[in-house]
Design a binder for this molecule. Structure first.
Ligand SMILES: [Zn+2]
Length: 110
């Protein structure tokens, strides 16, 4: 910072007097009692002003099914060759042993 740009402490403090964070105001859902932003739909149940705007439960169910189908597809692809399944435990053992060696090395250095 160039000297020409420097402000007094008071000038800086006055500017920063507006930097404090404010807690967000929240309204309570009339349907489920959860807190939500005022003038916004409740994210827990999808209600706004006493009526359902979005069927959150149905959306969540559809999403879970979609993710499960994706996981099943990935599992099926990995299970296609048995070699992958056999190699996996070996790498896990190696990763478990590696940190123990590092700990021993760290003790020796001290
Ligand atoms: Zn709600």
């Amino acid at each position: 910072m160039v000297i020409r740009m420097r402000h007094t402490r008071a000038h800086t403090a006055n500017r920063r007097s507006h930097h404090a964070l404010k807690a967000p105001t929240l309204a309570i859902c009339s349907n489920c009692g959860a807190k939500h932003r005022p003038h916004h739909m409740c994210l827990e149940c999808g209600f706004y002003k006493g009526r359902m705007v979005i069927d959150v439960a149905a959306k969540k169910k559809a999403r879970d099914e979609r993710l499960q189908a994706k996981k099943d597809m990935i599992d099926a692809q990995q299970g296609f060759g048995q070699e992958v399944a056999e190699e996996a435990p070996a790498t896990e053992e190696a990763s478990v042993e590696a940190p123990a060696e590092k700990v021993e090395e760290a003790k020796e250095e001290k």
